[in-house]
Design a protein around this ligand. Structure first.
Ligand SMILES: C[C@](O)(CO)[C@H](O)COP(=O)(O)OP(=O)(O)OC[C@H]1O[C@@H](n2ccc(N)nc2=O)[C@H](O)[C@@H]1O
Ligand SMILES: Nc1ncnc2c1ncn2[C@@H]1O[C@H](COP(=O)(O)OP(=O)(O)OP(=O)(O)O)[C@@H](O)[C@H]1O
Length: 274
């Protein structure tokens, strides 16, 4: 039996860093949503785990046991032949590897009935929310995932200038470790324009340190801000991917097309976030 699965891009609409634990990991308060662009996986149970990687963005993705897909299968103690088709840039703040791992954990859990230790947190802070793969408020260092069922779908453009930005150095350059969390209650049942207004009052605390490490983030935000009808632009995760929010699918598609013609070598996708 072969299962086909989709590993969506993860987008942090907000990312407040609220403290730092003694082990150096940071406490977060983040609204995480998922895109309709992502990697594709085909999983077939076999006696030995084998990974095959293809797709337009497979270059640079590890093919050995360090790949998060293999680490996810090992964590759950299952073996499978896994075909991974990479469509997401890696080290990009949209959880390419984390979403692959979260998807494998979910599929193998459902296939085998084996519970996932710590919801995959040992594979990365983003893995529990990526295993959930639906809108959520993420707190702790990533282990506390609270589903958010009443967010409006947002029309967005994702932009990555194709510079890889590893997460560790971005946290390392964050000067203020204790920042205010989001309000206790995330507004429910707002329409998209009202929710985007509310998001505008929130933050990504990693934007400034990411720009220090990789100035290309500023160019990406400027490019999004210059597009017609862009309601809000912000970085996702630890960067360098940024997103713009638009009033509807047509304005998002038009903005993506314009950006792609101005920046032919960048990774640019219009998408719906939910
Ligand atoms: C920034 C986010 O993308 C927001 O969703 C995630 O918190 C990062 O998740 P991730 O890529 O799965 O991160 P991990 O692979 O667990 O950690 C990479 C590095 O980021 C830093 N890190 C990560 C998560 C966290 N809550 N605090 C941290 O300080 C640590 O230096 C760690 O060594
Ligand atoms: N299946 C995979 N796909 C992509 N990268 C992988 C995978 N497995 C391991 N990696 C390694 O993990 C590193 C981080 O990849 P990932 O795409 O998850 O980072 P990210 O986009 O910054 O994620 P996050 O938003 O969770 O911080 C890459 O540099 C890559 O070497």
């Amino acid at each position: 039996m072969t299962v086909e699965a989709f590993a969506p891009a993860k987008v942090n609409l907000t990312l407040h860093v609220t403290g730092r634990r003694d082990d150096g990991y940071h406490l977060l308060d983040s609204i995480v949503v998922f895109a309709d662009v992502g990697d594709r996986l085909r999983i077939t149970p076999t006696p030995k785990t084998i990974l095959r990687i293809s797709g337009p963005l497979s270059q640079g993705v590890p093919t050995d046991d360090s790949n998060l897909v293999i680490r996810a299968a090992n964590l759950i103690g299952a073996t499978a032949e896994i075909e991974l088709e990479k469509h997401l840039p890696n080290a990009a703040g949209i959880g390419g590897g984390s979403s692959d791992a979260g998807t494998i954990l979910r599929v193998l859990r459902d296939m085998t009935g084996t519970p996932v230790p710590d919801n995959g947190l040992s594979l990365g802070a983003d893995v529990p929310v990526c295993m959930h793969a639906k809108a959520a408020r993420m707190r702790g260092i990533g282990e506390d995932v609270l589903p958010l069922d009443h967010l409006p779908t947002l029309n967005a453009v994702l932009v990555n200038s194709m510079v890889a930005l590893p997460t560790g150095p971005v946290f390392g350059n964050l000067e203020m470790k204790e920042n205010p969390p989001m309000p206790d209650a995330i507004p429910a049942n707002l329409d998209a324009p009202a929710f985007v207004d509310w998001l505008g009052q929130m933050r990504n605390d990693l934007e400034v340190p990411a720009i220090t490490v990789e100035p290309a983030v500023t160019a990406t935000l400027n490019a999004l801000n210059a597009t017609q009808d862009c309601l809000l632009s912000r970085m996702s995760g630890s960067g360098a991917t940024c997103f713009g929010l638009y009033p509807d699918a047509t304005t998002a598609k038009n903005a993506a097309a314009r950006l792609q013609s101005n920046y032919p070598n960048w990774w640019i996708r219009s998408t719906r976030l939910s």
